[in-house]
Design a protein around this ligand. Structure first.
Ligand SMILES: *[C@@H]1O[C@H](CO)[C@@H](O)[C@H](O)[C@H]1NC(C)=O
Length: 371
């Protein structure tokens, strides 16, 4: 049956979910990172050949997505200028897309561009006072220091696109079962201030928007970044419809932890097998008891042994196995999922970019396996 008719004939059910993810695209060979690739050029000047206009107007229009591949959400404006040598690898959002293409994990046909989100759409999560200050460059030096960024207009625009990207990924995933942004995961942002490289909380904003648009009522945020998702936990602490799960290194930023619905605190230096075993102890139970209709997955790569801010000892393979396990479990429950990249810190920028593509590689494998 032609794809478009499937979409017309079935409504938003698990049935549709499974139908949509059936995918005939070519077998992917390169699921694991190739470490030896030398980048040739930057992708910021590429013309993205699918516009996301139709995706934004209403989620129903998402049916116009033309590729049979895993939807990838990206915008070159995820990146803004930072001073040379800044700890935050701002260019990673371009680097991720570059490696995904270079390794033939995706084609540009799969890439959709988000719109920038305006202040009003963020106001369900953040205070108007903070948004006005942030959008207009009126945050104090102290407030800026806490975020790790000196304010620039580019940072505001970047946040608008990145948050729009997380929301777009969620809207597409709601229809297609799975979609991955090449950015997102700014989980340290609180309602009235930014913190730890996070200026607005894209996960919280997208989750609130999904609820507001009645696309999902019960939402689970699985945050496997090595740092606690403190902003997200705080924002949803009294919201019974959003379950926050954070699995993180306990002796790490943020110093003052918030209370997630489930915090899984890890000892320093744990390795692949132990990490995965702990995750497997908890995630199925949360799915079976909370029964989410939608999941946001923050696939931070900072539990990696070479991460400079992580203190855990996972390998590339360990991260791949983790991501594959999470997505496979969600697929087997028929729960749609949008993924964001989360944290990752290394002065070896190329290795970091590649590491951040592990989630897209795992998602591609899941997609191609028809769930
Ligand atoms: C974890 O990795 C660090 C850095 O490579 C290493 O020094 C340490 O011995 C490892 N710890 C364990 C328990 O394997």
């Amino acid at each position: 049956m032609p794809y478009i008719f499937q979409l017309i004939l079935f409504n938003m059910s698990m049935c549709l979910f499974y139908q949509n993810v059936l995918c005939q695209s070519k077998m992917m060979k390169n699921f694991l990172p190739k470490e030896n690739i030398i980048p040739k050029k930057h992708v910021s000047s590429l013309n993205l050949d699918i516009q996301a206009e139709e995706f934004r107007k209403s989620s129903k229009k998402v049916t116009k997505y033309e590729s049979k591949g895993l939807p990838i959400v990206h915008h070159y404006k995820y990146v803004s200028e930072l001073p040379v040598g800044h700890r935050f690898a701002m260019k990673k959002f371009h680097g991720i897309l570059r490696y995904l293409r270079q390794d033939n994990v995706i084609s540009m046909k799969q890439v959709v561009e988000p719109c920038p989100l305006d202040m009003e759409k963020m106001s369900g999560v953040h205070t108007t006072d903070y948004l006005k200050k942030f959008f207009n460059g009126l945050t104090s030096d102290n407030e800026q220091r806490r975020t790790g960024f000196k304010w620039t207009p580019g940072l505001v625009e970047r946040c608008q696109y990145e948050t729009g990207g997380t929301l777009l990924a969620a809207q597409i995933a709601h229809q297609k079962g799975l979609a991955c942004s090449t950015g997102g995961g700014t989980h340290h942002a609180f309602p009235s201030y930014g913190s730890g490289f996070c200026l607005v909380n894209d996960l919280a904003i997208a989750a609130s928007q999904l609820k507001e648009q009645k696309l999902a009522k019960k939402i689970l945020i699985v945050d496997l970044d090595v740092h606690q998702g403190d902003g997200t936990a705080f924002i949803f602490q009294n919201d019974l419809d959003v379950f926050t799960l954070s699995m993180h290194c306990q002796n790490n930023f943020p110093l003052t932890k918030q209370k997630s619905d489930l915090d899984i605190e890890l000892e320093n230096f744990i390795e692949d097998l132990e990490y995965l075993a702990i995750l497997k102890e908890h995630l199925p139970h949360v799915l079976n008891t909370f029964r989410p209709e939608f999941v946001f997955y923050d696939a931070g790569v900072d539990p990696h042994v070479n991460d400079e801010l992580g203190y855990l000892n996972l390998s590339d393979q360990g991260l791949f196995d983790r991501d594959y396990y999470v997505l496979k479990l969600l697929a087997s429950h028929g729960i749609p999922c949008a993924t964001v990249v989360g944290g990752g810190y290394s002065t070896n920028r190329e290795q970091l970019y590649i590491r951040h593509t592990i989630i897209h590689r795992a998602a591609t494998k899941i997609w191609n396996e028809n769930l």
